[in-house]
Structures are given as structure tokens and as C-alpha cells.
Write a protein that binds this ligand. Structure first.
Ligand SMILES: Cc1cc2nc3c(=O)[nH]c(=O)nc-3n(C[C@H](O)[C@H](O)[C@H](O)COP(=O)(O)OP(=O)(O)OC[C@H]3O[C@@H](n4cnc5c(N)ncnc54)[C@H](O)[C@@H]3O)c2cc1C
Length: 356
């Protein structure tokens, strides 16, 4: 039975939504997750985290789940800037001191399965939240469309984890207070059986593009590029063609991909806009890209999702239940926790260099 009252309704069931549902379930009577996406064999996005991400997964009780996805730990990367090559090793402070990348089509279903393993979590997929109901200035429910039928649902808390293009964030009045257009186009594809190390990544930085290869599964690598839109405009080529050129010409990745196999299409995104919105208001909260979108060039979207879920969980845990939680001040707390990440991404999104 979908219609009726739920303690928490989570809109979006990928990294941010599935993690939030898992983390909030112990403090809620009933949690409903509504996700509009279809299961797919390829989402052109990655998930990457460093030591701080591993600590966050552990704190949220999901570290075993994400480790079971089978991605290798990496302990450093080869860094190339034009003709200079150096080896970067990650400081070994403790058992969390590694970097990990997991394909989203592996990670997201694993997180959603974990959430669903809680007795009090129900997942509707595909389902869509179409309208938000407010009463006395407070969000009190939503309209859910599932299998062609509309259901009126009320809730104590609405968690919007519906991604960077969230229309529901606009509906609750979470107007962005900072927007930064990005000059980057991010493209990626997955490859198998490359003759590359399985415990090290590779980053090649040029003036207007970056090429990266990252081990991400058993004998699997994610190969990605970030390219300035200005470079694409100058070449007149499609981003997928430019991806193929950059990869083929790269002295480390080029010879490797010639020997391995590409196992997904090439996909990605461009013309993105970083944004920050208020994290909470009466009866609602935003987690993940919906409230805080960092450009993919810094690969910190996973950390954003985990920080948001953790902060929200801590507020609810402090109150003992969802209805009693105080959500004021979450925006400031989140922005402080992610300040260095925002600054890095802002710096990376400075206007494109002019080609001579
Ligand atoms: C090319 C690319 C490369 C990236 N690389 C990295 C990387 O290396 N490392 C990293 O950490 N991050 C990376 N990111 C960023 C990362 O993908 C995002 O930060 C992350 O996907 C955000 O997760 P989310 O759960 O907030 O939103 P999303 O993953 O966007 O999920 C939102 C979900 O909400 C659903 N939804 C939307 N509207 C509704 C509705 N009305 N009702 C119900 N459901 C709805 C959608 O169908 C979707 O399933 C990359 C992104 C891109 C585009």
C-alpha cells in the first residue's frame, strides 16, 4: 500500500537516496524510496572516494557493502604533466588510506539492496514524485506516480536526493545561492583486460584536457577525460571523437586500450553548472547533487552524497526520531564540511584558457 503516511519519503534511489534511506531507517517507522530511473547496464558517471570517503562509508555502516562491489584499492597514481612524469603515493595513515572507484551500475544497486534489506524500507522503482504538498508552510507529503497510478502520500520528512536537475528542490523553494557554470565536458567508458597496474591510477594533465585511467573492478578500468568546451569548439569534433583521440594519443593509456576491450559505450556530460542550495527547510532536506553539485572534474560527488546523509542522520539520531529532529543550520554545517571541495572545484571551473 503506497498511499498513506510514511515517516520519511526519499526521492531518488541512487548514491545519495539509497544511502540516506539506509542511514535514516533505524530512526523511522517506515521509509519510502521513490526512484524514477530504470535499471541499466551503463550510467556514464563514476563514483570515487579517498580516505575520507572510506571513513564516511564506515561511519554510515556501508563500508562492507561498497567493498563487496569488488573494486580494487589503489594506493597511488602515475601523474603526467606534459612530458614530466612522477609517481604519487597516497600517505598510509591507517586502514582507510586508499582510493577506490566503483562503476555506478554496480554501486548504486548494491546500496539500494542494502537499504531494502531494512525491514521498514520500501522501494518503488520506477516511480516518480510529481508534486509536493505543503500545509501551513511545511512540506507534508507528495504525489507519487507508479505503474500509471497516482498515490497521495504524507510524510514527516521529505528527503530530496533526485540529482542535480531536481525540480522538486525548486518546488520546495530551495533556490540556489551559488551557481558556477563549468567549462568542462566529462566523458568516460569502461574497459576490460588492459595491461595496466590494478593498484595504481593514472592522471595526465594538459592545459585544456585531463585523461585518467582508474582500476574499478576485476580486470576492469574506467577511462575518463575532462575537456574544456573551448577545445571542443575549436576542434569542431563530437566529445566522443575527442575522447577517442585523447585516449589513443596518450602514451600510457593509448597502447593499453589498443590491447584491451571497451565494454561500455562512451558517455558523459557537459555544460554543467555547479550549485549550492539550502540543505533544509520545514519538513524537507536535500542530499547529494540535488542540493550541492560539484563539477565531475574533481570527482567529489560521492563525498557530497555521504556528507549530506551523515549530517542528516546525526540530527535525527540526536532527536531519537524523525518527527522531533531539528534541521536548522544544516546548510552551514554541510558547507563547512565541504568547503575545501567547493574551493577546489570552483578553481577548476575558472573560465577556459584562450587557445593561441
Ligand atoms: C561524467 C560524470 C563523471 C563523474 N565522475 C565522478 C567521479 O569520478 N567521482 C565522483 O564521486 N562523482 C562523479 N560524478 C558525480 C556523481 O555522478 C554525482 O555526484 C552523483 O551521481 C550524485 O548522486 P545523487 O544520488 O545525488 O544523484 P543522481 O545520481 O543524479 O540520482 C538521482 C536519482 O533521482 C531520480 N529522480 C529524479 N527526479 C525524480 C523524481 N521526480 N521522482 C523520483 N526519482 C527521481 C533519478 O532518476 C536518479 O535515479 C560524475 C558525474 C558525471 C556526470
Amino acid at each position: 500500500m503506497i498511499a498513506g503516511h510514511w515517516s520519511v519519503v526519499v526521492v531518488g534511489g541512487r548514491i545519495a537516496g539509497a544511502t540516506a534511506a539506509w542511514a535514516l531507517a533505524p530512526y523511522a517507522e517506515k521509509v519510502l524510496v521513490v526512484d524514477a530511473s530504470q535499471a541499466t547496464s551503463f550510467w556514464p558517471q563514476q563514483s570515487t572516494w579517498d580516505r575520507d570517503g572510506a571513513i564516511l562509508w564506515d561511519d554510515l555502516g556501508l563500508l562492507d557493502t561498497v567493498l563487496a562491489c569488488g573494486a580494487p584499492r589503489t594506493y597511488g597514481h602515475t601523474f603526467r604533466f606534459e612530458d614530466e612524469v612522477s609517481e604519487q603515493d597516497y600517505p598510509q595513515q591507517d586502514g582507510y588510506s586508499y582510493r577506490m572507484t566503483v562503476p555506478r551500475e554496480v554501486l548504486d544497486p548494491a546500496l539500494l539492496r542494502a537499504a531494502q534489506s531494512r525491514d521498514n524500507v520500501t522501494v518503488l522503482r520506477p516511480g516518480r514524485v510529481r508534486d509536493i504538498v505543503t500545509r501551513g508552510g511545511r512540506v507534508s507529503g507528495v504525489t507519487v506516480r507508479h505503474q500509471g497510478v497516482e498515490h497521495a502520500v504524507s510524510c514527516d520528512l521529505l528527503v530530496l536526493a533526485d540529482g542535480r536537475l531536481s525540480r522538486n528542490a525548486d518546488r520546495v523553494g530551495a533556490v540556489p545561492y551559488q551557481v558556477i557554470p563549468s567549462p568542462w565536458v566529462a566523458m568516460l567508458a569502461y574497459f576490460a583486460d588492459l595491461p595496466l597496474p590494478t593498484d595504481r591510477g593514472y592522471i595526465h594533465l594538459e592545459r585544456d584536457n585531463v585523461a585518467i585511467s582508474t582500476p574499478c573492478g576485476p580486470r576492469q578500468w574506467c577511462v575518463s577525460t575532462d575537456m574544456h568546451q573551448a577545445m571542443l569548439d575549436a576542434s569542431g569534433r563530437h566529445p566522443a571523437q575527442e575522447f577517442a583521440r585523447i585516449i589513443a594519443e596518450d602514451p600510457h593509456i593509448g597502447p593499453a586500450v589498443a590491447l584491451g576491450r571497451r565494454i561500455t559505450p562512451v558517455g558523459g556530460a557537459g555544460k554543467l553548472r555547479m550549485h549550492r542550495r539550502p540543505m533544509s527547510g520545514p519538513g524537507w532536506c536535500l542530499v547529494g547533487d540535488a542540493g550541492y553539485h560539484l563539477d565531475p572534474v574533481v570527482a567529489r560527488g560521492t563525498k557530497v552524497a555521504l556528507v549530506g546523509a551523515q549530517l542528516l542522520r546525526d540530527r535525527i539520531a540526536a532527536a531519537g526520531d524523525v518527527a522531533g529532529a531539528v534541521l536548522d543550520g544544516l546548510t552551514e554545517q554541510r558547507d563547512a564540511a565541504l568547503e575545501g571541495d567547493w574551493e577546489l572545484a570552483e578553481q577548476a571551473c575558472l573560465p577556459a584558457p584562450v587557445r593561441s
